[in-house]
Design a protein around this ligand. Structure first.
Ligand code: TA6
Length: 293
């Protein structure tokens, strides 16, 4: 059942002082989470987490200061869910970049209060108007566990009778003190496709540093990544399973200025490190297969 009534959602899935459904930015239904360890927000459209802040920490997730939260529009920042393809559609340039999930309608499966964390489970609602984009019987669920750590389990199930190919990413925007001073540890010696240099295959020398537009798909890596942020005096660890490709992106000043929902200097305080199934890490799901990212 598609819940469009906030009071019905609060009656069925609200948890006093921990999970509240509100009408948020752009009039979109937003889930506010508060517990002993963190506060967070998830916009129901796109199952799009926009805020996650552990207690006594600066926000870990970045949201554009010029964000434009609106129906059927991708949100600049947070954790966009790219699915069932990553980047441009493999064959049809008219199809939306990064797939259909991040602007799709999702419904609540369950909310659960645990000792020091909260679980929120959402499911993408099959949109008959998007059959041309994705005609295959597939379910997509996203299970968030929010506390001192943030765990996201994106579950694709092939419920049809033919094999399907799933490309995807948790396209996470991290909040950092200054792009000029950070480094990403964990991708040393990995090979990557450099999308800023015609997709050329290169090998990472040392920690990743950013001093210009950076758009790289690291391949054949299941490594944890560590964003070292001396400005905010912290390290953010990104662990992943079910993924052998990691994307690192910062648009730098020209692209940042050109994006209306980002603006000139916004690039200084963000870095995307994305756990993905992209390029040759796109996954084939046979009928009945389930994949967890
Ligand atoms: O993940 C990096 C990337 O694929 C970049 O190429 C850039 O397009 C970015 O995603 C943002 O894409 P979006 O469609 O959200 O503007």
């Amino acid at each position: 059942m598609i819940h469009t009534d906030i009071s019905a959602l609060n009656t069925q899935f609200g948890i006093t002082d921990q999970v509240t459904f509100i009408e948020g930015q752009g009039g979109l239904i937003t889930i506010e989470i508060n517990n002993a360890e963190c506060s967070a927000s998830i916009v129901l459209q796109g199952a799009h987490l926009t805020h996650w802040t552990p207690r006594n920490q600066k926000p870990v997730i970045w949201l554009s200061p010029a964000v434009d939260v609106a129906p059927n529009k991708a949100i600049r920042g947070g954790i966009p869910i790219c699915w069932p393809w990553f980047g441009p559609h493999p064959t049809n340039a008219d199809f939306p970049s990064h797939g259909i999930a991040r602007t799709g309608h999702w419904e609540v499966i369950a909310t659960t209060a645990l000792t020091d964390k909260t679980q929120v489970s959402l499911r993408l609602i099959k949109d008959p108007n998007k059959n041309e984009l994705w005609p295959y019987p597939t379910t997509l669920e996203c299970h968030f566990t929010l506390g001192r750590e943030l765990e996201i389990d994106l579950v694709s199930s092939n419920t049809g009778s033919e094999a399907i190919r799933i490309g995807q990413a948790l396209h996470t925007y991290f909040n950092i003190g200054d792009i000029h001073n950070i480094s990403v540890i964990g991708l040393e010696d990995c090979f990557y496709l450099d999308k800023v240099d015609g997709g050329k295959r290169k090998q990472q020398q040392g920690p990743v540093k950013v001093s210009a537009e950076t758009d790289r798909i690291y391949t054949d890596t299941d490594a944890d990544c560590l964003i070292n942020d001396p400005e905010y005096q912290r390290q953010i660890r990104i662990e992943k399973r079910g993924s052998l490709s990691t994307v690192v992106w910062n648009p730098w000043v020209e692209k940042s200025t050109a994006m209306a929902d980002m603006g000139g200097n916004a690039y200084i305080n963000m870095l995307c490190v994305e756990s993905a199934n992209a390029v040759d890490d796109v996954r084939t799901l046979q009928p009945g297969d389930v994949h967890h990212l």
